[in-house]
Every structure is written in structure tokens, then in C-alpha cells.
Design a protein around this ligand. Structure first.
Ligand code: NI
Ligand code: MN
Length: 227
């Protein structure tokens, strides 16, 4: 039962691992690069990195429709209760929990976080997930930070890094993140959704290939990586 990770554009991923379906940062219906609509997505778990609209715009809808368990920072779980979503598990930075698909740890992220209605959303985070086939790190929205080198435990099968610049680290810092993380494979995300974050992902991939031993994988929205 392989683990398959499908990029839905921007920072949104749909993951199938064994019998489990996991969605990260549901931003689908208003996502200009999404290959589908929120109604096409199945979930029994939803992971949320932070409160910005381009990570949560379909969160409440999808959580209510699917009944999926939401895994997010404490403050976002609290906000979800007020939206009528009770099936949620709170984490905070550095903490982890074992879920049926594997262990999920919330990692640091250097960014900001507030929910679309102005509610305080705690700190932004990323996720280290231990799937049966190995570790995957979703940096989510962040700047480069040197503690990234502490994140891999067994060695990363895959890192997903933002390369868009402007709101997160750009291609140069994302290449430096690859050097710190030393993943087997790396996939870029959080780019080409809007003009301020347009990037040449193929050029970035070539640079990573030429300067590291990591294999870059550039997906089109809807494309899938198999662990
Ligand atoms: Ni953000
Ligand atoms: Mn974002």
C-alpha cells in the first residue's frame, strides 16, 4: 500500500496512505491553480499549517462534509469549535501525535498566522510525517532557518518546500534548505499561483540537481509523487 502525494497547486496536497486520505492546507475552490474542486477531494484527516486564507479557505466546509479529523495548532482547533467543527486534534510546535497513517510532528515555521475573520491563530508551523515508507517534511509557509537541519530523524524521503518568494522563501533560500535537509527527493510548492510568486521551477530543479545529491521533482497541479 504505497503512499501517494498529489499536489493540488499552491500549498495544498491530497495524500493517500494505505486506507487513509489526508489533505494538507485545503485551498481548492478559490485556488487559481487547483485541478479540481473541494467536492472532488476525499479526506479522513486534514492537516493545517496556519490560518491564512490560502491554506484554510475550504477547511470548515471540507471538515464538515467529510467528518475528517483536523490536526492543527491549538488556537486553530479552538476557532474550529466555534465554526461547529469538533473533530480536531490540537498540537503545538515541536509536539507530535501518532495517527493511524503515521506520526505527525508540528515543526517550526518562520511566517505569520491569523484566521480569515481576524482571529488569532497561534504560531505557523510545518509538518514532519512518518509514513510507513519513510519521512516527509512539509515546510509549508516559511523563511529559511538553520534549525531545518535538525528536522530529519531517519532521513527524509521527500521534502516539500516553498519557492515562490515574496510571502515565503524563494528559490535561492529553498536551495539552501535542500542542503540543510538532505532529502532524497524535493518538490517545490507555493509558486505560480499569482504573479508575485511566479517562479521558474524547472530552472530551480536544474540548480538543485547540479549542486546537491537530492532529486528534484517538479509537478504540475494534479501530479503525484509515490513514496
Ligand atoms: Ni501564509
Ligand atoms: Mn501561503
Amino acid at each position: 500500500m504505497a503512499t501517494e502525494l498529489t499536489w493540488l497547486g499552491h500549498g495544498t496536497w491530497s495524500i493517500t496512505s494505505g486506507d487513509h486520505k489526508i489533505v494538507l492546507d485545503p485551498f481548492i475552490n478559490d485556488n487559481p491553480s487547483a485541478p479540481c474542486k473541494a467536492d472532488d477531494v476525499e479526506a479522513d484527516f486534514i492537516l493545517v499549517s496556519h490560518g491564512h486564507f490560502d491554506h484554510v479557505s475550504d477547511l470548515v466546509y471540507l471538515a464538515k462534509k467529510t467528518g475528517a479529523k483536523v490536526i492543527a495548532i491549538f488556537e486553530i482547533v479552538d476557532w474550529l469549535k466555534n465554526q461547529g467543527v469538533d473533530n480536531a486534534h490540537p498540537l503545538n510546535i515541536g509536539g507530535g501525535v501518532s495517527m493511524p497513517f503515521g506520526r505527525v510532528q508540528m515543526t517550526n515555521a518562520i511566517h505569520s498566522s491569523v484566521l480569515p475573520d481576524g482571529t488569532y491563530a497561534g504560531n505557523p508551523g510545518g509538518f514532519l510525517i512518518q509514513f510507513p515508507e519513510g519521512e516527509v517534511y512539509f515546510a509549508c509557509d516559511t523563511a529559511l532557518f538553520s534549525d531545518m537541519k535538525l528536522i530529519p530523524k531517519e532521513g527524509l524521503e521527500l521534502a516539500v518546500l516553498p519557492i515562490g518568494d515574496n510571502f515565503t522563501m524563494g528559490p535561492d533560500d529553498a536551495a539552501r534548505a535542500v542542503q540543510l535537509l538532505e532529502p532524497k527527493r524535493v518538490a517545490p510548492a507555493h509558486y505560480n499561483t499569482w504573479p508575485p510568486i511566479e517562479q521558474d521551477a524547472e530552472a530551480w530543479a536544474k540548480y538543485v540537481k547540479d549542486t546537491t545529491s537530492t532529486e528534484p521533482i517538479v509537478l504540475q497541479p494534479g501530479g503525484t509523487i509515490t513514496l
